[in-house]
Write a protein that binds this ligand. Structure first.
Ligand code: ARG
Ligand code: ZN
Length: 875
């Protein structure tokens, strides 16, 4: 039942135009779809027209306005086949269906959320609205007429430009929209209901005035101001950096509270999870603001990379997602601190994508087969896809990358394109050969680059031996060597860059070494002293390094590297080594500790007023428990990982106690709130200091005070996390949780934080809390944000609580998956991926995890989404 890339064929019919009329009704919406087709030149004149459906009932079918006799078509809930269609001339098919938006709990297609009609069509939701060639390579201009009760739905929105509207009978009205830009059905959107609006305008570079509208629930308008600001900055940035202008008279964003994902780039009418639109200082953290900025930008940037140029088929998903993530990363880097942004990206990449790539769900950035496409909206397609784009920019340089992008926009505007089309633009624009590089799209697994170094003083030569190996992944037992661009530098004893007189054994230009063979021995001549190697600067390639670099060298990099990312990496490497040693020592009955080298490097960094606070905060965050687990690779005991990490943090906290006190006092946590990056960085550093102080003092008083005195969510919520995670049973924590609940009980998005902070309390007692919180009146198993804040946070972010030795965490998740699956399979399948690293667990937990997975697998009537994930997980 898998779909294969190799089976791709264009449709036998070309869709010329789409004309949709919706008569909205909460339980019985009538959809009339008029489609003009003609037969594609050179195709079989007998070929039938096959339209996709999903749980549909056909209630009318016309060919050129007359009824079709039953022998001319075959219909099922998922398919409509029409035979005997004209060979030469265009024809019109009119399809009528009735759908029930209120019963649509999958949140795919047309559904109701809080009294609002809204749609989500990517990837295959449009076929839940009407029978249609629901695939991304079928593009057409759409006209959309919406008829609805006027009082309940003053707002009637769809893609494109507004054509007009009028009354319709006594209680109804209608609106018509026309989108002149041919688009695939997954970019269709309709929204109707009663919402408040924030309005602004933007004038494009060439002088088009664009109306900007962000629709939110009444009363929440002030909380959309930051999103509007981010939108205008995104529009300007895309003009300046990529030369891309907006192309309609209006751009709309609608925030809804029931949404399966982050947001959706429907042409001219983006639909967002409200969590990525709404923010004010009292209710949103700095991280929320940064997410809003990034996601507003991401969806806006899709207008060119995704909408104007779309994907030929879903195997090409990374063509739009990887590229658009790369674009939003660059945007945030330009708006904020580039080095700090890169560190945050790499943390996220490793946490999500490296974990995926190392487990049973590993797949190539450009897969060749899938059973359920919803399961391929993954960290690999998005984040590794972005890294692959970034490497093209690294290899070709800024100008070469720009030339390739310009050619891509010129050559493929209006197309449904492939990854090969994309890569060819960079080759053609630069006279480059990217054939070996393209393996990054096709080979799954994170490459391991092993580094060995030698310095020979008499000949003044420094030699690097680099080996690359790519682990086996499902369906790909052996791999070819790839083109890995490694940015590197050699540092002298006082931190200066040593320039080699010549380099042999590899291409080396502009500080980037191009590793292409499975082993390369690279010689740097004219190096007058033993250098300290700084390699994979700025994380130029998404690889794991195996490089047992000397502690002193890492400390040297931590202090002197000109590449800030590498300074952070050096500190992280020191810490990870201590934590891994700690895990070993704890199992041997010894104590875990932090090395003097780490303590010194970290505290020097924390105190260094010449470094930006956000960077210092990133250094203080140290590797996560998941980083330890991944580094172990197997036989992972989450309790030991937690204990070892905590011991390292504790040692740092004791040693730096006075410094942390000074930092906490100096970071202006009580200054008036502004969401800008440098203010956010100061809060991040102050908050990090508070975490260490809690460890050093072993007393909740300081965090309780910070909680009580905070006047913004960033500081307040951090204090609450410190209380909950370090002092879960203290009276101060109970009081703070109760105060927070009392203050924010009417704000669901803030209550999500309250659920999450409790779901992530380390230790085996948390499972009982989860069970109690599931009964909380504000918990709602039908709302994806609530479910993710409680069940998702517990399973993805609480290694010790979820991975209880007795398997109760896995059983809870399995029960939740089976509960959600019949209503919302996408949500259920996504929760299940929390177990993607189960094969790395020590045997007792591994056996419990496997039992839970098998219990899911053997349940009858699983959705295709959950079935696909569980089969691959056990496969
Ligand atoms: N295209 C959307 C975005 O990245 C996400 C859509 C997710 N769709 C899905 N079926 N999971 O901006
Ligand atoms: Zn996207």
């Amino acid at each position: 039942q898998a779909i294969h890339l190799a089976d791709y064929r264009p449709t036998p019919f070309v869709l010329e135009r789409v004309d949709l009329t919706f008569e909205l009704d909460p339980t019985e919406t009538k959809v009339e779809s008029r489609l003009i087709f003609h037969r594609r030149e050179g195709t079989d004149p007998e070929a039938a027209l096959v339209l996709d459906g999903d749980e549909l009932t056909l209630s009318g079918l016309l060919l050129d306005q007359s009824e079709l006799p039953p022998e001319r078509y075959t219909v099922a809930p998922d398919r409509l086949e029409i035979r005997g269609l004209p060979a030469e001339t265009p024809f019109e098919i009119t399809v009528t269906t009735f759908i029930n938006p209120s019963a649509n709990t999958q949140l795919m297609g047309l559904y109701r959320t809080n009294g609002i009609y809204c749609t989500q069509c990517e990837a295959e939701g449009f076929r839940r609205i009407t029978y249609f060639p629901d695939r991304p390579d079928v593009l057409a201009p759409y006209t959309v007429n919406i008829i609805a009760d006027k009082a309940a739905n003053p707002l009637l929105l769809s893609n494109g430009n507004f054509l007009g509207g009028a009354g319709f009978g006594p209680d109804k009205h209608f609106a018509a929209w026309f989108d002149p830009h041919p688009k695939p059905s997954y970019l269709f959107a309709l929204v109707a209901g009663d919402l408040g609006v924030v309005e602004d305008t933007y004038t494009t570079l060439s002088g088009r005035e664009v109306a900007l509208k962000i629709y939110v629930e009444h009363g929440k308008e002030p909380r959309a101001a930051y999103a509007m600001d981010a939108l205008k900055r995104s529009m300007q940035w895309d003009e300046e950096v990529f030369g891309r202008e907006y192309d309609l008279d209006i751009f709309m964003i609608v925030a809804v509270s029931d949404f399966n994902m982050g947001a959706m780039e429907n042409k001219g009418l983006n639909v967002f999870n409200d969590k990525y639109v709404l923010a004010d200082p009292e209710t949103a953290t700095d991280a929320d603001y940064a997410n809003i900025e990034a996601i507003i930008a991401h969806e806006y940037f899709h207008n060119w990379t995704g909408n104007r140029i779309t994907c030929r088929d879903w195997f090409q998903l990374c063509l739009k997602e990887g590229l658009t993530v790369y674009r939003d990363h660059e945007f945030s880097a330009d708006q904020r601190s580039r080095a700090v942004k890169r560190i945050a990206e790499v943390r996220h990449l490793k946490q999500e994508q490296f974990a995926e790539d190392a487990g049973p769900l590993a797949h190539p950035v450009r897969p060749t087969a899938y059973r359920e496409i919803n399961n391929f909206y993954t960290a690999t397609v998005y984040e590794k896809g972005s890294e692959v784009t970034r490497m093209i920019a690294t290899i070709l340089g800024r100008d070469g990358f720009k030339k390739g992008m310009d050619l891509y926009f010129e050559r493929h505007d209006g197309d449904a394109a492939t990854v090969e089309d994309f890569v060819k633009c960079f080759e053609d624009a630069n006279g480059a050969d990217l054939s070996q590089f393209s393996l990054w799209y096709h080979q799954a697994g994170t490459p391991v680059v092993t580094v060995a170094e030698a310095y020979d003083a008499p000949t003044r030569t420094y030699t690097l031996t680099l080996d690359q190996a790519i682990p086996a992944t499902p369906g790909q037992p052996s791999k070819k060597p790839m083109h890995i661009p490694l940015a590197l530098g050699l540092l002298g004893a006082s931190g200066e860059e040593l320039a080699p007189a010549s380099v042999s054994g590899a291409d080396f230009a502009d500080g980037v070494l191009h590793l292409k063979e499975s082993r390369q021995v690279v010689t740097f001549a004219g190096i007058g002293e033993r250098p300290v190697l700084s390699i994979n600067r700025s994380f130029s390639a998404p690889v794991n390094l195996s490089f047992p670099q000397a502690e002193a060298d890492r400390a040297h990099l931590a202090r002197h590297d000109g590449d800030l990312f590498s300074r952070w990496q050096a500190i992280t490497d020191l810490a990870l080594k201590d934590m891994l040693d700690g895990v070993r020592h704890l199992t041997e009955g010894r104590n875990a500790a932090a090395s003097p080298a780490l303590i010194e490097a970290l505290i020097a960094t924390a105190r260094d007023g010449a470094l930006e606070p956000a960077f210092r905060a990133q250094a203080l965050a140290l590797p996560s428990e998941a980083d330890i687990a991944r580094a172990l690779g197997e036989n992972s005991d989450p309790d030991a990982n937690h204990a070892a990490r905590r011991a390292v943090l504790h040692a740092v906290a004791e040693a730096g106690r006075a410094d942390f006190e000074a930092i906490h006092a100096a970071m202006g946590l009580h200054e008036p709130y502004s969401p800008d990056a440098s203010s956010a960085g100061r809060r991040a550093l102050g908050n990090a200091a508070l975490s260490y102080l809690a460890l050093a003092e072993g007393d909740p008083a300081r965090a309780a005070r910070a909680f009580a005195e905070a006047d913004n969510m960033t500081v307040q919520f951090h204090a609450l996390s410190v209380l909950a995670h370090h002092f879960p049973d203290a009276a101060e924590t109970r009081a703070a949780l109760a105060a927070f609940e009392a203050r924010f009980r009417d704000n669901a998005l803030v209550m999500d934080k309250w659920f999450s902070v409790q779901a992530t309390i380390p230790g085996e007692a948390t499972l009982g809390r989860i069970e109690a919180l599931m009964e909380h009146p504000l918990y709602n198993a039908r709302n994806p944000n609530r479910v993710r804040s409680l069940i998702g946070a517990f399973s993805f972010q609480n290694a010790t609580g979820f991975n209880r030795r007795d398997g109760a965490g896995y059983r809870l998740l399995a029960a939740q998956i089976l509960d959600h699956d019949p209503r919302n399979p996408q949500l259920a399948a996504r929760l299940l991926t929390a177990m993607r690293s189960w094969r790395m667990l020590e045997p007792t937990r591994g056996a419990e995890a496997e039992k839970a997975l098998r219990s899911i697998q053997s349940t009858p009537a699983l959705s295709r989404d959950v079935k696909d994930i569980v089969d691959r997980m056990l496969g």
